[in-house]
Design a protein around this ligand. Structure first.
Ligand SMILES: [Zn+2]
Length: 225
């Protein structure tokens, strides 16, 4: 099956990273470009916009309270899922996780949600839709990515780590089921003092997806068969 390139953004990012590696520079430098109030149905957030050096990648952070003053604030790194977050798709648990994480942060009146623009576990929106075609014919979420020539999970968390550092957050209580996110933060000197699970009760439509994430990707999904 033909696949789309990893989107212009992904290609530009890879080229940029290769250039940086060739110059012996290990880390993307990220800067804050904007900050504004963002009242929502769930709480009165602030929204901060960030871009990596050269504008290769961008991300936003929704913040309530003064997380830099908390010992270990609640933090969610949420990877974009247009179909789940915006369109209400029942194929995955992303929309539920996004809303639940924002509610928990709003309830504590302190915390950060980083909205990370790496759709489809980093393969881009159109490739994710091609993966859905394969899943409609019987593949699971991991097999479909692999049949398209991608890793099961092609994300990196560099911009998220930069954002936490820019926010002076050194310890977190991470809202996540994904051990890769914990490892990525810990490798970069951000301590995960607690993992706060975000496990949706599986439905008929999400059961296979959640089971593949648990069995093949090591996600910590207690209660998912
Ligand atoms: Zn999703």
């Amino acid at each position: 099956m033909a696949r789309f390139g990893r989107s212009n953004l992904c290609r530009r990012k890879t080229e940029h990273m290769n250039r940086r590696r060739n110059r012996g520079i290990a880390r993307i430098k990220t800067r804050k470009v904007a900050e504004a109030k963002l009242p929502t149905r769930l709480g009165r957030f602030r929204i901060l916009g960030f871009e990596s050096q050269g504008g290769v990648e961008s991300a936003v952070a929704l913040i309530i309270g003064q997380p830099q003053r908390a010992r270990a604030p609640l933090v969610r790194i949420h990877s974009q899922c247009l179909t789940g977050d915006v369109l209400g798709s029942l194929r995955c648990d992303c929309g539920w996780q996004l809303q639940t994480a924002l509610k928990q942060i709003a309830r504590e009146k302190c915390g950060v949600l980083i909205y990370h623009l790496q759709e489809g576990r980093g393969i881009g929106l159109l490739n994710k839709l091609l993966a859905y075609e394969l899943q409609d014919r019987g593949s699971d979420t991991v097999e479909a990515n692999q049949q398209l020539g991608f890793a099961a999970d092609a994300r990196d968390y560099n911009i998220c780590i930069d954002i936490l550092k820019l926010l002076s957050i050194k310890q977190v209580r991470l809202l996540s089921n994904n051990p890769d996110k914990i490892a990525a933060l810990e490798r970069n000197t951000i301590t995960v003092v607690e993992r706060v699970p975000l496990v949706m009760k599986p439905s008929k439509m999400t059961r296979k997806y959640l089971a593949a994430k648990m069995k093949k990707m090591g996600h910590l999904l207690e209660g998912v068969a």
